[in-house]
Design a binder for this molecule. Structure first.
Ligand code: ZN
Length: 299
């Protein structure tokens, strides 16, 4: 009798454990799809990125690639007044890696070529308005400017000291724009040339980009996480090198709003940008692009 009682007790325990594990499993499997679905469906944002070049006060010089410093400040205030968060590439990366949430209304501001007038005007605005912008200098021009005797807002590039001050301020993120491939001649920027041998092309491009990364590290103590294609000239061969070299994101010049998906780091390559012209008011320019329906996942 005692023996039987022991058996039935063990038997009951086994049954209980079995039922418990089956029920737990059912609870897990029924809950799992719901939570996965909720995560993926909720996590994406539309991101317009703006592309600036020079800021100059002289109206006669303003046009497609030169706008007034006041217009840049006006853009920043317009975006703030309309509830937009001006985000950095690091925030974008953190969002994609699931480390950070971002609001629906985000925008990014970028400056190409590293002109001295960016240091004079855009950097001042960034400090006053407490915002960040992305700056993509051409490393060889920074080298040359650092050795030059004169600085002109109209045509000079930033020196290494100016880039370092901006990078260390926390208001400016430095991206690569190549060491010395910002030319539109036989080769357009970093694009492969017709009939160019693939392996030779890859070694030319990776040597140039490596040299730029080394200079940034030596002079600024940082390794840029992104690459901005000169003239927006992208090609599959360059995309491959950019990824292999460890760049986490890249900027093109295609005018579109980007769909950025959390958990999809591939959507950070070929980020499209809108060229900021010197003629539209902030209201006219942003009403046009913030309602642009051309949205494409950049993957
Ligand atoms: Zn450029």
């Amino acid at each position: 009798m005692f023996f039987n009682f022991k058996i039935s007790k063990s038997f009951l325990a086994v049954i209980f454990l079995f039922l418990f594990s089956v029920l737990s499993c059912m609870a897990y499997t029924s809950a799992a799809p719901t939570s996965t679905k909720a995560d993926t469906s909720a996590k994406s944002i539309s991101l317009p990125v703006i592309m600036y070049h020079s800021l100059l006060k002289d109206e006669r010089l303003q046009g497609d690639y030169v706008i007034s410093p006041e217009l840049f400040s006006s853009d920043v205030r317009y975006l703030k007044d309309n509830g937009y968060k001006i985000i950095s590439t690091q925030e974008l990366l953190d969002y994609c890696e699931g480390k950070l949430d971002l609001p629906d209304k985000c925008v990014m501001l970028t400056f190409d070529d590293g002109y001295y007038n960016n240091y004079l005007y855009a950097y001042q605005t960034a400090k006053e308005e407490n915002i960040k912008f992305v700056l993509s200098p051409i490393a060889i021009n920074t080298n040359i400017q650092t050795k030059a005797e004169h600085l002109s807002p109209s045509y000079s590039h930033c020196t290494w000291a100016q880039l370092k001050e901006m990078a260390q301020s926390g208001h400016v993120e430095i991206m690569s724009h190549s060491y010395d491939m910002h030319q539109n001649s036989a080769r357009k920027g970093t694009q492969i040339m017709p009939n160019e041998h693939l392996e030779k092309y890859k070694s030319v491009l990776s040597a140039d980009l490596t040299k730029a990364q080394e200079r940034f590290k030596e002079e600024l103590g940082i390794t840029p996480i992104g690459f901005t294609y000169p003239f927006g000239a992208v090609c599959d061969e360059a995309r491959q090198v950019i990824k292999e070299m460890g760049f986490k994101l890249s900027f093109s010049c295609e005018e579109k709003t980007n769909t950025i998906e959390a958990g999809n780091p591939n959507c950070l390559y070929d980020i499209g940008r809108y060229l900021r012209n010197g003629t539209d008011s902030s209201k006219v320019f942003f009403e046009k692009i913030l309602t642009d329906k051309k949205q494409t996942a950049t993957a």
